[in-house]
Write a protein that binds this ligand. Sequence first.
Ligand SMILES: N[C@@H](CCC(=O)N[C@@H](CS)C(=O)NCC(=O)O)C(=O)O
Length: 260
Amino acid sequence: VVLALYHAEPVANSMKALLCLHEKGLAFESRYVDLLKFEQHDPAFVAINPNGQVPVLVHDGAVVTESTVINEYLDEAFPETPLKPADPLGRARMRIWNKHVDEQFCPALSMWGWHRMVRQVATGIERDTFLKLLERIPLKEQRDKWATIAGDSFSAEQLAESRRKLEVSISKMEAILADAAWLAGPSYSLADVNTYPMAAGAVRMFPEMGENAPAFQDWLARMNERPAVKAALATPNRALGAHVEAYGSRADLVEGLRRA
Ligand SMILES: N[C@@H](CCC(=O)N[C@@H](CS)C(=O)NCC(=O)O)C(=O)O
């Protein structure tokens, strides 16, 4: 196998890498990691990525982690269908925006996703089982995050601050897209690829967000029409069924996950 991607559902950081692979038309082996079954903390997976997180790219046996780095790596290792602006300034703009996505947009969205969705899973697991699962989590930050949502979750202030950050991200996008077709200028780039999962997730969670941002809406509509976006979104979403199988069927949980 030349290229393999360890990934979860086509959302957040997994979706960034899936979308990049599809945009570049690269064949790859899909290796699904079920986050709700905690497969990312299996010793066998931690041996591949010591952080115990997806996505992870394997190219000719070499491991590349970090979704933003994975996408730049793919673009450089497979230069056909380039996804980086040709000029240094365009590439700088792309990287400045990607930094914003990684440092603000994604963490803000992630907090809400954990609060609304992952929390229902964590609180549905029997306590002793959950404590054993916690012990296997390699990163202290992630261990704390799982413990937080299984307890009282994030505070109202933390959630409000994340919501504010989501609004800031959408306003920033509106300002950029009012003057340019794409987030790093006139050409479609990894800035757009990396932002799509967060933007789509934000409006899925808060449908009113972006209502007054016409350039943002137009960008989202153009993104949704891209064959690569459609192909990446068609990646099977297996978490729900697998979770029910692993921990027993709970109608309220299944309904909650479906709504989230
Ligand atoms: N900075 C990393 C973050 C990766 C990350 O947060 N992955 C999440 C899924 S989007 C994960 O594996 N979470 C599972 C866990 O922490 O238990 C990247 O951009 O790839």
